[in-house]
Design a protein around this ligand. Structure first.
Ligand SMILES: Cc1cc2nc3c(=O)[nH]c(=O)nc-3n(C[C@H](O)[C@H](O)[C@H](O)COP(=O)(O)O)c2cc1C
Length: 222
C-alpha cells in the first residue's frame, strides 16, 4: 500500500510513537476480500506468520493455541463450503484455522520454564500450575481461556500478514462443528478463528466508520 492510499487519519500517528511503522500497520490493516487467485504464499512465509502469531501474549505463557493451514485445492474447496461459500478463501489460497486448547495441556512444561528461568520458585510454580489447571477444568473458564488467548494470536497473524504486504481476513462465518470434524481436531480443541491469507488482488472498499473514542472509552467506571 502506498502512502497516498492511506488517509490523513491513518498516517497521523501518535505524537509519542516509538514504533511508527507498527502504529501505521495497526491503522491501515484491513480484512481482505480481494485476493490474487493466481498467487499463494510460500512455506517460509506461512511459517513466519505462525511464528509471529505465536508471539502473542497468553495467560501464564501457556500458549494454548495451534494452527491448521489448508492449502490443498480440493481441501480448500471443502473449507469454502464449510464457510458457507465464502469465495475469498479459495482466492486467498491459504486458510488457517486458529485452534484453542480447552485444557491446560502445556502447563507442566510451561511452569517448569518459569521455574528454570528463576521467575518462580518451585512452590509457587506448583501452586500456580495447580490453580491454572483447575481453572481450565471448569468448562466455562476453560473455553474462555481457549478463545481469549488464541484470539490474540489471530490478531498477531493479521498484523504480520499486513506487514508483509499480504491480505488476511479473520472469519467466524463457518460451521464450527463441521470444520472441527473435517480438520480432525481432538475433542479438547476448539476452532477459534479462520484466517484467509494471501497476496492482494487489489484495493479493498473504503473502511466502514469506526466508533469514536468518546463513545467507547469510559474513565474510572462504565
Ligand atoms: C470475529 C470476527 C468474525 C468475522 N467473520 C467474518 C467472516 O465470516 N467473513 C468475512 O469475510 N469477514 C469476517 N470478519 C471481518 C469483518 O467483517 C471486518 O473485520 C470488519 O468489517 C472491519 O473491517 P476491517 O477488518 O477491514 O477493518 C470477521 C471479523 C471478526 C473480528
Amino acid at each position: 500500500m502506498s502512502l497516498e492510499q492511506i488517509s490523513a487519519d491513518e498516517t497521523d500517528v501518535a505524537h509519542d510513537e516509538e514504533f511508527p511503522e507498527a502504529i501505521r500497520a495497526i491503522r491501515t490493516r484491513r480484512s481482505g476480500h480481494n485476493f490474487d487467485p493466481d498467487a499463494d504464499i510460500d512455506d517460509e512465509t506461512l511459517e513466519e506468520l505462525i511464528r509471529d502469531a505465536a508471539l502473542a501474549p497468553s495467560s501464564y505463557n501457556l500458549q494454548p493455541w495451534e494452527f491448521v493451514a489448508v492449502q490443498d485445492d480440493e481441501r480448500l474447496e471443502k473449507v469454502v463450503e464449510l464457510a458457507y461459500g465464502q469465495e475469498h478463501i479459495r482466492e486467498a489460497g491459504t486458510a488457517i484455522l486458529v485452534v484453542g486448547h480447552t485444557e491446560a495441556e502445556t502447563a507442566d512444561r510451561v511452569f517448569d520454564e518459569w521455574e528454570a528461568a528463576g521467575r518462580m520458585d518451585e512452590a509457587s510454580a506448583e501452586q500456580t500450575k495447580a490453580q491454572t489447571v483447575e481453572m481450565y477444568e471448569d468448562d466455562r473458564t476453560g473455553r474462555d481461556y481457549g478463545i481469549r488467548n488464541p484470539s490474540l494470536a489471530a490478531q498477531n497473524l493479521l498484523l504480520s500478514a499486513h506487514a508483509r504486504g499480504l491480505k488476511a481476513t479473520p472469519m467466524i462465518g463457518f460451521d464450527a462443528e463441521g470444520m472441527a470434524e473435517f480438520l480432525e481436531l481432538p475433542e479438547d480443541k476448539i476452532p477459534v478463528m479462520l484466517v484467509a491469507v494471501g497476496p492482494s488482488g487489489g484495493e479493498e472498499p473504503e473502511r466502514l466508520p469506526r466508533r469514536d473514542v468518546d463513545e467507547v472509552l469510559h474513565r474510572e467506571r462504565y
